[in-house]
Design a protein around this ligand. Structure first.
Ligand code: IVH
Length: 555
């Protein structure tokens, strides 16, 4: 799927687009959450590039085009070799066109490609002196980066000591795995901070934060290995001649983590078709990976081809990022529904402003349990980062806290079971209707006894709970065989109420067929999904109302 370019109609729209992307890139690289999701950012940059092609004399100096990190990142530690960005393609056609232009540039078709996942984190250069990790530097603007050596020791996969005492620079991506991200947000919230909206923002924020009371682990994946000025000459010469795939094998021998250890290892391929097949394979595995990827990086594998192709100021000509469709979008949390499962588990579900991810419209996302909502400090009206990869149920990563307007409302939890009205057992993280599996029975009987159905006076919600609790009724038919003795044995059931109820049940036997047909629960609209109920989370209605549109008898 090709990301369309945003349409920019005039110089004012162009200036606005430049301003928006500059702000977004700054937040992205500083560890904040960009107000634009990746898709929206890519579309805007494409629109900016298209407009600049038609108006080269009006290009603004702040424009993100042609700059590493959109011009947002900075730093003062010079890179010995520029740390470049990558150009993008979005479709097989664009990729094939790229290989053709590369072939023209180097004078022949590329005979070996490498293809590896594009890890969704931050680029980092790790300098080793005589095998010891001495310095960590961010990519910055590509020519100089920020010293983040304070993170040494917190990056899994980047050993403090290599297996050989070599002086080299390892380049790669720092990211948080799903488990690391969850842990980081827990620790951050426990320290009074706002949760990060997604793993990428979490890694950026964590890497650049110098004085934190806590450390959280991240993971490193190497995708480059190069000599430093102090590297022994023979080793420098050898590294300069090795193909990318061989460099990755060497990095692994040194003890550095690479994609080889994952379900989507880097591979080599000899044809465009093989590369495209690998892109499909990686895309298919994406949802199952414990870390985020946003594409596949394809490189001319051989050192000679790379040298001949050379690099531009922003990106090498011998490598390209084949971007996969974004799996994260920012949208708004409109509502929270509380659905009761077969076993009585009461599960919250987010109702979202519809958003399209990978061609599907997402309107709901899972919210695991009330504690999860509290932990993540979600509020109604929040802008939230929604994640959906493959067929996995969409989930809310976190609120984008800095986009709050102040109008967001707290999510109020139900105080009684939204299905049957009984109490809620909140002793565990997952809330459960106190009626458990009988919750459905209570709801079904309360409904059947309602005014518009069998109209059984005296059989309100509380009485139904009592009957089910005492084991006197297991289905609707049991109501009609209740005896006077059984009813008298119930608490707070005197002779008058018992007789009245028995009379009402007797009367119900004479209801017309239409009322009888309506009584079984399946005739009603499902109350469990309850979008028509007044919302429990709005401050004006802290409880589910006991009487519903189906008018069961009051308890
Ligand atoms: S190669 C000169 N390989 O993507 C070649 N980059 O959008 C530069 N990235 O700056 C990078 N996974 O931070 C390469 N397997 C991979 C990658 C990868 C993620 C990042 C890297 C780069 C950015 C460009």
């Amino acid at each position: 799927m090709t990301t369309p370019a945003a349409v920019i109609v005039d110089a004012a729209a162009y200036a606005q687009a430049v301003e928006d992307t500059v702000k977004a890139a700054a937040a992205y690289y500083a560890g904040g959450t960009s107000p634009l999701d990746d898709d929206a950012y890519d579309q805007l940059v494409r629109g900016i590039a298209a407009w600049e092609t038609g108006h080269p004399e009006q290009v603004l100096p702040d424009s993100p085009t042609g700059k590493v990190a959109g011009g947002a990142a900075e730093g003062d530690v010079p890179h010995t070799v520029a740390m470049l960005s990558l150009d993008n393609v979005f479709s097989p056609e664009e990729f094939t066109a790229w290989t053709a232009s590369l072939a023209r540039r180097i004078g022949h078709d590329v005979t070996v490609f490498s293809a590896e996942p594009k890890l969704d984190g931050l680029a980092i250069a790790a300098r080793y002196t005589d095998g010891r990790l001495t310095r960590l530097i961010t990519r910055g603007d590509g020519t100089a980066g920020e010293d983040v050596s304070h993170a040494i020791g917190t990056l899994e996969g980047l050993p403090l000591e290599l297996a050989e005492p070599v002086t080299v620079e390892v380049r790669g991506e720092v990211l948080m795995t799903t488990a690391q991200f969850e842990h980081a947000n827990e620790v951050r919230v426990a320290h009074g901070g706002q949760p990060f909206a997604n793993p990428r923002g979490a890694s950026a924020g964590t890497l650049r934060a110098k004085e934190r009371a806590y450390t959280v682990p991240m993971t490193f994946f190497g995708y480059g290995l190069l000599p430093l000025p102090d590297t022994e000459a023979a080793l420098a010469a050898r590294l300069g001649e090795l193909a990318h795939s061989a460099l990755m094998a060497q990095a692994a021998v040194y003890g550095v983590n690479t994609t080889a250890a994952t379900a989507v290892p880097g591979i080599t391929a000899t044809t465009v078709e093989q590369v495209l097949a690998r892109v499909q394979e990686i895309a298919a595995l994406r949802a199952t990976l414990p870390f985020g990827i946003d594409g596949v990086v394809i490189k001319a594998d051989l050192a000679a081809d790379q040298h001949t192709a050379g690099s531009g100021t922003r990106a090498p000509r011998w490598a390209i990022a084949y971007k996969l469709p974004a799996v994260e979008k920012i949208t708004r949390l409109l509502d929270v529904e509380w659905n009761v499962g077969r076993t009585g588990i009461i599960a919250p579900r987010a109702v979202l402003e519809p958003v399209t991810i990978e061609g599907s419209t997402i309107t709901y996302a899972t919210l695991h349990n009330p504690a999860d909502i509290t932990r993540r400090d979600l509020r109604l009206g929040d802008r939230v980062m929604v994640h959906r990869a493959g067929d996995v149920i969409p989930r809310i990563e976190a609120p984008v806290a800095h986009l709050r307007t102040g109008d967001e409302q707290p999510i109020v939890f139900p105080e009684v079971c939204p299905r049957c009205g009984a109490g809620i057992d909140t002793s565990e993280q997952r809330w459960r209707c106190e009626m458990g599996r009988n919750c459905h029975l209570v709801a079904a009987l309360s409904y059947a006894a309602g005014r518009d159905q069998l109209d059984i006076e005296g059989l309100g919600h509380t009485r139904v709970v009592q009957l089910v609790d005492a084991g006197l009724v297991a289905d609707l038919a049991d109501l009609f065989t209740l005896t006077r003795e059984q009813l008298l044995g119930l608490e707070r059931m005197g002779a008058t109420s018992t007789d009245n109820l028995l009379t009402a049940i007797e009367t119900a036997k004479g209801q017309p067929l239409s009322r009888v047909l309506c009584a079984p629960k399946r005739c009603s609209r499902s109350r469990a999904s309850a979008p028509r109920r007044p919302h429990p989370s709005s401050p004006s209605s802290p409880n589910w109302p006991r009487s519903s549109t189906n008018s069961p008898r009051p308890g």
